[in-house]
Design a protein around this ligand. Structure first.
Ligand code: ATR
Length: 259
């Protein structure tokens, strides 16, 4: 890549953000697409000053990671339909003085599940944060039966009330069978790779297990599911697709800085 006076600056914001894989993935995609841009990781706990920087430095694409996915909403000029429904964003597009929030995690989840026929299937979603809400949005037209479980049960109950389905305690989860289990919690993520949200779960060959985590590529949850014959899906497709979609949104909205 050649840096010059037309190179566009994109950023990823979060706190901490130094572990983020977004700059490396974006750089690879920019090269593949022939886009003259760089993505840098910016760490600053003060969101207002980050938003000011977007306007000052004319940053077209801002990827948003934890803990800002919901906090950014209050500072945006407009919100996409899915962000309004989810109250979580992973993408900010700056154009003509306007900062608009999008959620491309939804696209990543849909792509990960695109080969599955989910109608009339039972799906357990583990966790109740922004990623779980992105799953709810991605699955809203699937005609599947949703079940929710979470360390803090009230949050699972809130999701069941908003998106349909039933909240289950962890004990109930072990007593029931599902067609698909989706882990949206960070449990099992590097470096705490020996953790799992479902210890000693009775996985079986008819079950599909999708873990949104992509580091490691095979979490303990997926390793145990695979050993019992379940089909497994890791978070790498989701991570890739959410970034591709971010770049698409940015290029649709901004002057292209191609080589
Ligand atoms: P995100 O927006 O990425 O989903 P989040 O809002 O912090 O992240 O949500 C993380 C989810 O993982 C939450 O449901 C959280 O449970 P609580 O609602 O009880 O906080 C869950 N989670 C995080 N760490 C966990 C752990 N060690 N064990 C079980 N659940 C955990």
């Amino acid at each position: 890549m050649k840096l010059d006076a037309t190179t566009a600056l994109n950023v990823v914001i979060g706190s901490p953000v130094k572990h983020s894989q977004s700059p490396a993935l974006h750089q690879k995609l920019y090269e593949e697409l022939g886009v003259n841009a760089v993505m840098l990781a910016v760490e600053n706990p003060d969101l207002s000053s980050l938003f000011q920087s977007i306007r000052t430095l004319n940053i077209g694409l801002t990827a948003v990671t934890l803990p800002f996915k919901t906090q950014v909403l209050a500072q945006c000029d407009s919100l996409s339909e899915e962000v309004k429904a989810l109250q979580a964003a992973n993408t900010l597009i700056y154009k003509n003085g306007n900062i608009k929030a999008y959620n491309t995690d939804v696209d990543g989840i849909k792509a990960s599940l695109s080969k599955l026929d989910l109608a009339a299937r039972s799906i357990l979603i583990v966790g109740a944060g922004g990623a779980a809400r992105a799953c709810a949005y991605a699955l809203k037209d699937s005609q599947a039966s949703l079940f929710w479980t979470n360390r803090t049960l009230e949050k699972a109950q809130d999701l069941a009330a908003q998106w349909g389905g039933q909240a289950l305690t962890l004990t109930q989860v072990y007593e029931q069978d599902f067609d698909l289990i989706i882990n949206t919690t960070p449990v099992g993520m590097s470096p705490a790779v020996e953790n799992t949200p479902l210890p000693d779960y009775p996985f079986h060959p008819k079950l599909i297990v999708f873990d949104l985590i992509y580091t490691p590529s095979e979490t303990r949850l997926l390793r145990e599911a695979k050993a019992a014959g379940s089909q497994i899906i890791n978070g790498s497709i989701m991570f890739h697709v959410q970034a591709v979609k971010q770049i698409q949104l940015w290029r649709e909205n901004n002057e292209l800085h191609d080589h």
